[in-house]
Ligand binder design. Structure first.
Ligand SMILES: [Zn+2]
Length: 576
C-alpha cells in the first residue's frame, strides 16, 4: 500500500508523489471494434469511474454525433460526480478559421464541462501534408483555440497528436507547439503516441527531455506533462510507466485497455503498478479494491467478456493450479503471488481438477467458506474423479464446482423445483419447396418449462434462436417476477465440444456456459450424450449460481433457505 512513507520514497527516487489518472474509455475506448455504447451505458460507465476515483473522465466528442451531444446534456443533469472532473474532447479550430465562429470550439463550450481536451498537430509532416497549411498557422491554431477556451473559463488539456513520431523527426517544431500551448494557458501537455509504436526507452527519454525543457529546475509550475499511449507494440502500460519515470504527472488510458486496433494503455494495470509497485498515489488508495469490480462491471456494460488473464483483475490473475505446492501456497501466499489479490479486489483461487487431492479440496472449501468434514471431502474427491472421467472438466467451470461442493456439504437450492421441460425445434420449409431438398427457410425453437416455487406451479413457454436461448427465456419468464436478481445475469458465451468423435452423433457432448452479472463472471458445465440435456445442466447451474450471488448483495432470496455457508463472492458490491 502506498502510505505516506512510500509516497515520500517515490519522490526521493525522483518520481512524482502523485500521478493523475485520466480515463478515455468513453471516447478513445469506444473506438474498439465491436463496442457500441448507448447513452445510458456511457452514463453508467462514468458513474463507475467516479466511484473508482479517477481524476478525469473524458465523456466524448460533442458535436461529432447526436449520441455524444446527449451524453453531455444528460451528464449535466443526471451525473453527480464526487471525485472525477468531466472532460469534453475536441480539436483546435480549422486552418485559417476564426475561433469565435468555429463549430468544434462552440460545441466544446456548449458541452458545459469544467475541463476540455483538444487535440492538435505536433508533427510538422502532418501540418503541411494532412492540414495543408504552414507551420506558423499550425502553431496559431493551437494557441488561439486554447486561449479562447481559457477565456470561456475552461481548464484546457492539450493533446499533442503524433508527438513521439513528430519529436523524433523535428523536435524544434514539436516543442514549439507545446510551448505555444503552455503560454496560451493549457494545464497539461499530453504527449500522444497516436500510432502506438514507440518503445518504453524512447518514451522515457523523450518525456524526460520535454519535462526538462519546461521545468529545467524540476519545478514544473502550472503546466504538467501527461502521456497518452496506445498498445500497438504491446507496451502501452510499460510506456506509461516509462513516461512517469521520465516525469509525466498524468497517465491517460482506458478501463480494460479498450481502444482502437490493439487498444490503449490499460488503466486496470497501470493504476496498481504505480500504486503498489512504485509507491505513487493514483486513485484514492482505499479504493484500490474497487478495481476488479469496476473492470468487470465495465466489461459487462460494453458487453465483452473480460480477458481472464488480465493482470490484477482477471479471473485467472491469482488462480493456482498447484498440485504438490497447494499447501505451501496456502501457508505462504506471498511466496507465490506478486501482490495480495485483495488489495485490488480480486482473490486467490485454487483450480481444482481430477488430479486434486484432499488438500486442494480443503483449500477450495476455505476459499469459498464451505465447511466439509473428512468423509464429505473424500466424497467430493471421488465424485470429481468419476465426473471428470465422464467428461466434466471442473478446472474451467468454477461455478459448477462450487455448487457441487456446496451440495456435498448438504446445501440444496430452495428457490425452485424443476418438474419438467421440453424443447421443440421446427424446420420451417416453405411449402413450395417441400420435397425439393432445398435449404429450409429457418429453424424456430420453442421451450416449455414447468417449475414449482414455494408449492406454486408455474408453466412458461418461450421462443429462442436455439435450445439454450429458448430454455433460458422460458425459465426467466417463469421466475423473473419472483427473482429480480436474474435480470442481472446474462449468458455471455456458450461453447460445445464433442468429446468422443469416433461415435459421431452418439458422442458425449460437453457444454460450457459463461455468465456474468456485472460484478463477476462465472462458468458452468454440463455433459451428456444429449446436447440439450448437457446444455440444460450448464444453464441450470448458471442460473442457480446467479441467484446465489444475488443473496450476497441484496439479502435473502424471497423464498427458501438455501445457504449453508457464506456466499462465495468476496467482492464489494459495485457502483453507487
Ligand atoms: Zn488515443
Amino acid at each position: 500500500m502506498a502510505d505516506d512513507g512510500s509516497a515520500r520514497a517515490a519522490s526521493a527516487r525522483g518520481l512524482p508523489r502523485r500521478v493523475e489518472v485520466y480515463d478515455t474509455t468513453l471516447r478513445d475506448g469506444s473506438q474498439l471494434e465491436g463496442i457500441s455504447l448507448t447513452v445510458e451505458d456511457k452514463l453508467r460507465i462514468a458513474e463507475q469511474l467516479d466511484w473508482l476515483g479517477v481524476d478525469y473522465i473524458e465523456a466524448g466528442w460533442p458535436g461529432a454525433n447526436p449520441k455524444d451531444d446527449e451524453v453531455f446534456r444528460r451528464a449535466a443533469r443526471e451525473l453527480d460526480l464526487s471525485t472525477s472532473t468531466l472532460v469534453a474532447f475536441g480539436s483546435t479550430r480549422r486552418p485559417k478559421g476564426k475561433v469565435d465562429s468555429d463549430d468544434t470550439l462552440r460545441h466544446l463550450i456548449e458541452a458545459a464541462t469544467p475541463a476540455v481536451c483538444i487535440v492538435g498537430k505536433s508533427w510538422d509532416y502532418h501540418v503541411t501534408e494532412a492540414l495543408g497549411t504552414t507551420l506558423d498557422e499550425g502553431v496559431a491554431m493551437v494557441a488561439e483555440s486554447i486561449e479562447f477556451l481559457r477565456g470561456n473559463g475552461r481548464e484546457v488539456l492539450f493533446d499533442a497528436e503524433h508527438f513521439f513520431d513528430g519529436y523524433e523527426r523535428n523536435p524544434e517544431f514539436a516543442l514549439r507547439v507545446l510551448e505555444a500551448a503552455a503560454e496560451a494557458g493549457a494545464t497539461r501537455l499530453v504527449l500522444c503516441d497516436t500510432n502506438g509504436g514507440t518503445l518504453p526507452h524512447e518514451v522515457e527519454e523523450i518525456v524526460r527531455a520535454v519535462v526538462g525543457y519546461f521545468a529545467p529546475d524540476g519545478q514544473s509550475g502550472d503546466v504538467g506533462v501527461a502521456v497518452h499511449l496506445h498498445d500497438d507494440a504491446g507496451t502501452g502500460v510499460a510506456n506509461a510507466l516509462a513516461g512517469v519515470r521520465g516525469g509525466a504527472i498524468q497517465v491517460q488510458g482506458t478501463i480494460n485497455g479498450y481502444g482502437e486496433r490493439t487498444g490503449n494503455c490499460n488503466l486496470t494495470t497501470i493504476i496498481p503498478n504505480l500504486t503498489l509497485k512504485m509507491g505513487i498515489e493514483t486513485i484514492p488508495v482505499e479504493r484500490l479494491d474497487r478495481l476488479t469490480p469496476v473492470a468487470h462491471h465495465v466489461a459487462e456494460l460494453v458487453n465483452m467478456a473480460l480477458n481472464p488473464q488480465a493482470p490484477y483483475v482477471g479471473e485467472s490473475a491469482f488462480a493456482h493450479k498447484a498440485g504438490l505446492h497447494v499447501s505451501a501456497i496456502s501457508k505462504r501466499p506471498d511466496a507465490y503471488e506478486h501482490v495480495s489479490p485483495e488489495t485490488v479486489g480480486n482473490g486467490t483461487r485454487f483450480v481444482v481438477s481430477e488430479l486434486a487431492g484432499r488438500s486442494t479440496i480443503m483449500l477450495k472449501c476455505q476459499e469459498l467458506g464451505i465447511e466439509l468434514d473428512g468423509p464429505q471431502v473424500n466424497d467430493v474427491v471421488d465424485t470429481l474423479k468419476r465426473m471428470e472421467h465422464e467428461g466434466y472438466h471442473f478446472e474451467v467451470a468454477d461455478a459448477s464446482l462450487e455448487l457441487l461442493m456446496r451440495r456435498a456439504a448438504g446445501w440444496e437450492q430452495g428457490w425452485f423445483v424443476v418438474e419438467s421441460f421440453r424443447v421443440i425445434t421446427d424446420d420451417l420449409v416453405p411449402s413450395s419447396d417441400v420435397g425439393s431438398g432445398r435449404e429450409s427457410a429457418g429453424v424456430s425453437t420453442e421451450a416449455t418449462i414447468k417449475l414449482q416455487v414455494g408449492g406454486e406451479r408455474l408453466v412458461a413457454t418461450a421462443e429462442g434462436n436455439g435450445p439454450v436461448n429458448a430454455l433460458d427465456q422460458a425459465v426467466r419468464n417463469a421466475l423473473g417476477a419472483r427473482f429480480p436478481d436474474l435480470d442481472r445475469v446474462h449468458l455471455t458465451d456458450y461453447k460445445v465440444r464433442v468429446l468422443d468423435t469416433q461415435k459421431g452423433t452418439g458422442a458425449v457432448t460437453r457444454v460450457l456456459i459463461d455468465s456474468a452479472n456485472g460484478d463477476r463472471s462465472w462458468t458452468t458445465i454440463g455433459v451428456s450424450e444429449n446436447i440439450i440435456e448437457a446444455s440444460w445442466q450448464a444453464l441450470y447451474d448458471s442460473l442457480v449460481f446467479g441467484l446465489l450471488q444475488g443473496t450476497s448483495t441484496s439479502g435473502e432470496p424471497s423464498s427458501g433457505e438455501p445457504l449453508s455457508g457464506e456466499p462465495s463472492s468476496g467482492e464489494p458490491s459495485s457502483g453507487e
